[in-house]
Write a protein that binds this ligand. Structure first.
Ligand SMILES: Nc1ncnc2c1ncn2[C@@H]1O[C@H](COP(=O)(O)OP(=O)(O)OP(=O)(O)O)[C@@H](O)[C@H]1O
Length: 593
């Protein structure tokens, strides 16, 4: 034990528990007496389990602990886990109000002494909104610079070592996103990155496709400097960044399709063909292999994506953090949270009824929709100046129009129960059976979801095609108000539980929702259920819900060919789609518990 003059101890000693005994195996890595702002003199200790705790040495002066007869709690908190610390700072000047000090503390910091501060920035869960993270701060002070500096260095080295936190990020800011507050959103959260010493290269976009072009042009050498890419904007903006990245770094065969669909493509019917992937030749460091014969090459191991919500819908952020809150997202990014996310690859074969076959690959992270969804996005583009309200206005207009569209859809049915009985082959049925849930009871995706974290090595998605347990194609032809593929639940301000409440972030499946032509009043019933918490929007005769779908194909029988991919317009008369399980990782903690 080293004694440091005045009562401050830099020690390697066991920590005493609240009864004065020695607490289990836990040993103090460092301890010292410091002044805690607004509290007084405390004994601060960091233990080997990463718990930073403090104990008041002297009761507060009576005039501060007893106000108008109400006893005040001298210490609101007495500890914080390093896992909940996002930054620590050393500040070499500043004053502590004299009234905050107890008598021994006033002696510890004599009048003429320079004061140094150790500022611990932590994260707390909001009591009103349990999914939201709020900022927490503790300022400890001492007249000995070395003591404060030692604490800062030690905590920083522990944060560096123990957690997968990013150090360098590429940040795209969409200034016109949502209510045109993308730039302000970034300005509000950027101090969190600065405090956490996460370097950011910020690009404020000047036009649509700017971020896509930057991602597409970035070399492996450039991208490997970063631990990830962050989008400050909406779902459409994130989709642009994702597409710029995956179109170069993901290599995959085209989605499977029924024989007649393949035949209709003539010479392009060779589905073993892979997307061109220029980055694939730049060495294999950080390579991450996925199932289904697809390959994702990462510029750097652990490379992830982040979203700070500033858009009109922000469904991806709501589904992956549980909140639509820039501070929560920023904190989850700097703290290196990680959640895998399914991504759907969509191949457009024909743009319009007259077009020749020309494959074009796109990716979606949340949703792909046709009919009503395509019309709303087309209509809403005319009213971009309205901001997020444009969706309500356009939605009402399209609803009143009540158009239906003739189309052919084929859905790949997966019967993993037959090929992979129990051991994760069909996670959904397995977990349902384990919990005694009936068919209609939903298994909601939560933080550390057992379905999403089931070993991908035994899931149907990672098996070669011959073992995937596909039951074959189910084909439908008819008039539909809408066709939608939900990759995640798609929760948003207008649909609190999402289109599919029990969709999972990384189970390797999409939910295909076919809404057959029906009277307007019936469709209104579906939309009203969608807008309700605990609603049941899919429990209607005119709604066909195909769960556990890993691929589907679509052919328009008429002239309309407008799709909506993550809120972005995409023209496709004939397309095929397949989902890749947990293809990317997001800096997010996952949906709420
Ligand atoms: N500087 C810019 N000026 C105009 N458009 C831009 C700019 N930067 C990006 N974009 C385009 O704006 C589109 C929409 O962006 P974003 O998704 O952020 O907004 P939103 O539509 O308000 O939100 P949401 O997708 O959540 O509904 C993106 O696809 C992108 O191509």
């Amino acid at each position: 034990m080293e004694r440091n003059g005045d009562d401050s101890i830099l020690a390697h000693e066991p920590i005493a528990d609240s009864n004065g005994g020695i607490a289990g195996e836990t040993t103090a890595v460092l301890s010292a007496n410091l002044i805690l702002d607004n509290v007084g003199e405390v004994a601060l200790a960091l233990d080997s389990d990463g718990l930073l705790s403090w104990r008041l040495l002297e009761p507060l002066r009576s005039d501060r602990s007893d106000c108008c007869g109400i006893k005040r709690s001298p210490l609101v908190a007495t500890s914080i886990k390093l896992a909940d610390v996002y930054a620590v700072e050393f500040v070499d000047h500043g004053l502590i109000p004299e009234s905050n000090l107890s008598n021994p503390a006033r002696c510890l910091l004599s009048e003429d002494s320079q004061i140094y501060h150790l500022v611990i920035h932590g994260v707390q869960t909001s009591k009103c909104h349990p999914c939201r993270c709020i900022l927490d701060k503790y300022v400890f002070s001492h007249k000995d610079r070395q003591i404060c500096q030692t604490w800062v260095n030690l905590i920083n080295s522990r944060l560096d070592k123990e957690m997968q936190r990013p150090k360098n990020l590429l940040v795209f800011v969409h200034p016109k996103s949502g209510k045109e507050n993308g730039r302000t959103t970034w300005e509000n959260v950027s101090p969190i990155f600065a405090r956490a010493k996460v370097h950011t290269k910020v690009i404020v976009t000047e036009r649509a496709s700017h971020a896509y072009d930057v991602m597409l042009a970035a070399t492996k050498e450039e991208l490997s400097q970063y631990d990830g890419v962050v989008a400050v904007g909406g779902d459409g903006f994130f989709n642009e960044i994702l597409n710029g990245f995956l179109s170069l770094w993901h290599k995959a065969p085209y989605p499977p399709a029924p024989a007649d669909f393949v035949q209709s493509l003539g010479d392009y019917g060779d589905f073993s063909m892979h997307n061109t992937n220029e980055r694939g030749d730049e060495g294999d460091s950080g390579t991450c292999y996925t199932g289904d014969g697809s390959q994702l090459l990462l510029p750097k191991e652990g490379f992830r994506f982040g979203i700070i919500p500033a858009g009109s819908t922000d469904a991806i952020v709501i589904c992956t953090t549980g909140a639509r809150d820039p501070i929560t997202s920023a904190l989850q990014i700097v703290m290196g949270k990680n959640v895998p996310l399914d991504i759907t690859q969509i191949v457009r074969w024909r743009t319009t009824a007259e077009s020749k076959v020309e494959p074009c690959v796109r990716y979606a992270a949340s949703f792909a929709g046709y009919g009503f969804y395509g019309d709303v996005i087309t209509e809403s583009e005319k009213y971009r100046w309205m901001g997020p309200k444009r969706y309500d206005y356009a939605g009402t207009k399209v609803f009143l129009r009540h158009r239906s569209y003739e189309a052919e859809v084929a859905v790949l049915q997966v019967n993993s129960e037959e090929t992979h009985p129990v051991e994760g082959g069909n996670q959904h049925r397995h977990f349902r059976a384990q919990r005694g849930l009936n068919k209609r009871q939903k298994v909601i995706c939560r933080v550390n979801c057992e379905i999403c974290t089931a070993n991908p090595a035994v899931s149907s998605q990672s098996k070669p095609d011959s073992q995937r347990g596909e039951m074959g194609w189910l084909s439908f032809k008819g008039r539909y108000l809408s066709i939608g593929a939900a990759i995640i639940a798609c929760r948003n301000g207008r649909a609190p539980d999402g289109l599919v409440a029990d969709a999972h972030l990384a189970d390797g499946f999409m939910h295909l929702i076919l809404i057959k032509d029906c009277p307007r009043a019936f469709y209104l019933g579906h939309l009203l259920q969608l807008a309700k918490r605990d609603g049941d929007p899919l429990n209607f005769e005119f709604v066909e819900h195909h769960k556990e779908t890993s691929a589907f194909t679509f052919r328009s029988s008429g002239n309309s060919s407008i799709w909506n991919l993550d809120g972005e317009l995409f023209q496709a008369h004939q397309l095929s789609a397949q989902v890749f399980r947990g293809l990317i990782n997001l800096f997010a903690s996952g949906p709420p518990v």
